[in-house]
Design a binder for this molecule. Structure first.
Ligand SMILES: Nc1ncnc2c1ncn2[C@@H]1O[C@H](COP(=O)(O)OP(=O)(O)OP(=O)(O)O)[C@@H](O)[C@H]1O
Ligand SMILES: Nc1ncnc2c1ncn2[C@@H]1O[C@H](COP(=O)(O)OP(=O)(O)OP(=O)(O)O)[C@@H](O)[C@H]1O
Ligand SMILES: [Mg+2]
Ligand SMILES: [Mg+2]
Lengths: 225, 225
């Protein structure tokens, strides 16, 4: 479902530049549950943004579900992302003027699917927010906002879900419930999950761990459960 | 340094209201390292915002460093906060157009202290960001932004530091380094620390754990280290 070949990412910084990814090559099979681990600043978010069609690589090849991604226009990248990828941002990125339910419904509409209130409601119930459907993001706690962002990514039943620190603001009970939900989607629909995380709970529930350090892959462990 | 008596917090929600805190009473001695734990949505951020003079309680008494806080004007609350409290927000709240160094320098100026570039620089070096001084928040990773927010709270050497999930976006190495820094300030200057957290690393490093559930204190354990 995903193939990366010598992916490099440079950020302009005044006269010089920051080399966030130094040549990352990786192949992911459909249905994998894969976590990227590594210190703060090691390149996890940068890599997930490129794989999730949110940002372009500076060099190298990115192939998503058989389609070459590097070099696409911003409009094509956006269409590909809305149809094929469910994304949970590290900073949630919820729309402030919309309620939790409206935020989730919007994801269905942007993904080219008919808005379906019952389906959006069920996605929020699945993450434990049945009582907070009509709240706006600033009326929710940090962990509740994160769970809205997760429901929004999962409601489209995408083939590929990318989640950047999905349990960072959750207690272990809510964290485990979210991971159970993701494993269920993985087993029932064969969805592929790519996480970034510092959380040992997440690392104990995936079947592959790729470790990054200073923009390079330093380990790649398959784990049997 | 802090005394809460039957603190209640209600949020207006259409026709009804949400009862986020249902009557919380608590006394904190100077120099304590105290963590609030509890499920997502249990009231941790609401409590820290009231203690940190960012929000007003609906009922009850809040006394900070001998001064009654409830009923103060927004201007007086702001002055009290800038002088006495260092605050690390769950969502960082960095100023996007300022660099990491400028964000930290601003905290000194707002706290009524002379801007001191060397002191601001040292605070960023202490959290491992010596190479990122001149970056703006959108040029930093999630964990790096969180460490700027921590440096900004600590640079004023406040009597009371309030940190809402200070290690949520950090790997264990950076997390431990931040906690070591806070313990050092606690032991050398007698600063009081109030955290909220889901992180067992933090819970293993404090000397008191107060557990919240649905807006009430359900446990209060002193732990000797
Ligand atoms: N502005 C608001 N309007 C209505 N309800 C609110 C508002 N802010 C918070 N709440 C509610 O108050 C309760 C407590 O929220 P709080 O942010 O204190 O939780 P928390 O313990 O910090 O959770 P987390 O671990 O998810 O950050 C939650 O149920 C939340 O939905
Ligand atoms: N827009 C940018 N401009 C310059 N440098 C950047 C930019 N965005 C990220 N970086 C740098 O690229 C490196 C990788 O950042 P990235 O956000 O991918 O890290 P991360 O592994 O997700 O870290 P964390 O665990 O803290 O979220 C960091 O050193 C960061 O400072
Ligand atoms: Mg990141
Ligand atoms: Mg909170």
């Amino acid at each position: 479902i995903l193939s990366l070949d010598k992916v490099v990412k440079r950020y302009p910084m005044g006269q010089t530049e920051v080399l966030a990814l130094k040549g990352v090559s990786l192949t992911v099979e459909p249905g994998e549950l894969l976590a990227f681990a590594g210190p703060s600043g090691s390149g996890k978010t940068t890599l997930l943004n490129i794989v999730g069609c949110l940002d372009q690589a500076s060099e190298g090849e990115v192939i998503l579900d058989g389609q070459r991604v590097n070099g696409l226009s911003a409009a094509d990248l956006g269409r590909l992302r809305a149809e094929k990828v469910g994304f949970v941002f590290q900073s949630f990125n919820l729309i402030p003027v919309l309620s939790a339910l409206e935020n989730v419904e919007l994801a269905l509409r942007l993904g080219g699917q008919p808005p379906d209130r019952a389906r959006a409601e069920q996605a929020l119930v699945d993450v434990g927010l049945a009582d907070q459907l009509h709240r706006r993001p600033n009326q929710l706690s940090g962990g509740q906002q994160q769970r809205v962002a997760i429901a929004r990514a999962l409601v489209k039943a995408p083939k590929l879900v990318i989640a950047d620190e999905p349990t960072a603001n959750l207690d272990s009970v809510n964290g485990a419930a979210v991971l159970d939900l993701m494993r269920k989607l993985n087993e029932e629909r064969g969805a592929t999950f790519l996480f970034s995380t510092h959380d040992n709970l997440v690392l104990s529930r995936v079947n592959r761990i790729v470790r990054l350090r200073d923009g390079e892959i330093v380990a790649d462990e398959r784990v049997s459960r």
